[in-house]
Every structure is written in C-alpha cells, then in structure tokens.
Design a protein around this ligand. Structure first.
Ligand code: F0G
Length: 337
C-alpha cells in the first residue's frame, strides 16, 4: 500500500514533486466487533490504528508534518508528548535524516514508547512537569529557534490524521452514525471531524476523556491530571474549541470514563475480540459501553494505539504464568487442570 500522502494527495496540502517522508502509514484495518456489538446492542467497528508503522495514529499526522518540515528546510523537529507522538516523531525524523527532540513528562510514559523514541535516535528530555507544561515550553522554544514544532497544533498533523475518516468512509460506504474516540490534546477528534466534513458526512462525534483528566467534561483546565491511560493524561487540550465544536455541531457529546471502566474495556477487547490496544485507546470503547452512542445503529470506535506500547499496565491486569517442570506428567497437569 502507498503511504497517505500518495494515497490522498489530492485532498492534502502537497504538490507533485514535494518531498515525501513515509513509512507506508495508514490503510489500517477496520474490524467488525461481534462480541462488543452484542454487548452494547449496536453494530460496532474497530479502527485499528495500532497497525500503523510505529503503533499509533500519530504516524498519519507525522508523515505530513515531517514532510512539510523537510520541504521548508527544517533541520530539526520537536514535540511535547505523552509518548506516542514522541515515538512517531523519532521514527520519521530518522527516516528524514534530521534531528528529533522530544519532551516527555518524567516517569509518565509507557515503556514501549520510550524504547521507540530512544532507538530511533531522538533526543529524549524528561521534564519534571506534566504534558501541558511541556507543550507550553516547546511552543515558546520553537517560536524563537529554527526547530519545527510537530505537535497537533501543527496544521499538517490534522491534515494527515483526517485521512482515517476517509478510510472508514470508504469501507462503510459512508454509512456511519457515530464515532467514539478518546480525547487528550484534542487533535485527533478535530481531524476526524474535518475528514468527515470534507466528505459531507456528519456522524455524531462522541469524545471520551479519563475521569481524572477530563477538562472538556468539567469545562475548565485540570491542574494535575491523573489516569492509568498515560497517553491522555492531559489537563488543558490545545484544540479545546475545535473539539467542542465537533461534538456539539454533530449532535454528539463529551463524557468521562473511570480508570476502572477503561481497564474493563481494555481487557474485554483483548480477551473477547482478539484486539490488544493501549489503555487510552480503550477509553473509546469504555465510553460506548458506559454512555452509549445516542440513537446510532452503526458505530466506529477508534483504537488509537497498540497494546504492546504499554506492557507494564497489561501485566498488572492479568493472571500469572504457570511454572512447570520439564516432565510429561507435570506438563499434563499444567495444561489439563
Ligand atoms: N490515544 C492515544 C494512544 C494517544 O497517544 C493520544 C494522544 C490520544 C489517544 C489522544 O489524541 O491528543 O489527539 O486528543 N497522545 C499524544 C502524544 C498527546 O503525545 O502521544 P489527541
């Protein structure tokens, strides 16, 4: 499959001959979820964004943001991140042969994401502060230094991420009543809404935030956001107004889900649907289970990142392995009991 820029060039701000930094992102599976559909009583489809090259939806935005940065002559790219943007930036910067710098909240990003950012050769800076502070600082830094900011405040990120809406539309013949999506910094819900609008579609947009990090639900920034879903541990989303507009003008809403509800959906998807996503991603399904999706008959849930990103949280949720002596009788007992 070609990458996104090649696949959707006529709908993206790129011209023939522009540099394209791609890892053949996008074209991710949209999988029907029979057990979840039965549980919630509507037809549910899962958009598996963990199937992107670095394991999250960020690659859609990053191919565009880094390609545009290279076109503009940037020698370095930077972001603040709860982990996935960092991993994606690092990979695309490596691919482009430019410097990558990421600022992450110290001790608060999942192990897989940290490994990715370091392996791809980015400079990883652990801030004694949260994501919101990190974003504030990189915005200030990039305003006065020749380093391109590729957080979702960058328009190219939103442009790239809107292509996920195109893919869902193609697969479902534009027949979709509602989209359920986790909301952190609010770039992705903004992007989906833009994508659907460009096609003349108006599915209800249901955004879900973790209860301890739910500024849009409370209507004010949260100073110290907390949740097991570290990817969406964000207290002051950059695209606040656009996210609220997507939800209100589509007839959707924003709601909170507890960590317990997130982890229940996380285990359910892995054990009942065979789909392993990260905790933040499961917020979309937790929200659908807890709050429903209005009158919708057909719903898509966006699973934003791969479960392997965060092995620590996974291992805390499941039973222990079974130790066994290397003898047939012992193996028999272990397997059959
Ligand atoms: N799900 C995952 C797995 C994420 O990594 C993020 C955001 C979101 C959902 C929320 O998307 O911010 O567009 O509303 N992660 C960012 C990062 C903040 O730095 O990786 P959003």
């Amino acid at each position: 499959m070609p990458g996104l820029i090649e696949r959707y060039q006529s709908r993206l701000p790129f011209a023939d001959g522009d540099p394209v930094i791609s890892l053949e992102e996008g074209s991710t599976p949209l999988v029907f979820a029979p057990r979840l559909s039965e549980r919630v009583g509507v037809e549910v489809w899962l958009k598996i964004e963990g199937a992107n090259p670095t394991g999250s939806f960020k690659d859609r935005g990053m191919t565009c943001a880094v390609s545009a940065a290279v076109r503009d002559g940037a020698q370095a790219v930077i972001c603040a991140s709860t982990g996935n943007t960092a991993a994606s930036l690092a990979a695309y910067a490596a691919r482009a042969g430019i410097r990558g710098v990421v600022i992450v909240p110290e001790g608060k990003i999942a192990m897989g994401k940290l490994a990715q950012a370091l392996m791809h050769g980015a400079r990883v800076i652990a801030l004694h502060g949260n994501f919101d502070r990190a974003l504030q600082l990189v915005r200030e830094l990039s305003a006065t230094h020749p380093i391109a900011l590729v957080n979702s405040v960058n328009e190219f990120r939103v442009e790239g991420q809107k292509t996920a809406a195109f893919e869902i539309a193609e697969e479902l013949d534009e027949q979709l009543d509602a989209l359920c999506i986790p909301v952190g910094n609010a770039g992705n819900i903004t992007a989906y809404w833009r994508g659907f609008n460009e096609l003349g579609m108006r599915p209800r947009m249901f955004g879900f935030q973790a209860a301890g990090a739910a500024p849009l639900v409370h209507g004010h920034p949260i100073e110290q956001p907390e949740t097991v879903a570290s990817a969406i541990r964000i207290g002051n989303p950059a695209r606040w107004e656009q996210a609220m507009d997507a939800m209100t003008s589509s007839g959707g809403s924003v709601n909170a889900v507890s960590d317990e509800q997130i982890l229940d959906a996380y285990r359910f998807l892995a054990a009942q649907e065979g789909v392993f996503c990260e905790p933040a991603s499961a917020a979309s399904v937790a929200g659908l289970i807890a709050h429903g999706a209005g009158e919708a008959q057909r719903v898509a849930c966006v699973l934003t990142g791969h479960g392997l990103k965060d092995p620590d949280t996974a291992l805390q949720q499941v039973g222990a392995v079974i130790p066994c002596e290397p003898e047939l009788s012992a193996i028999e007992r272990a397997v059959m009991s």
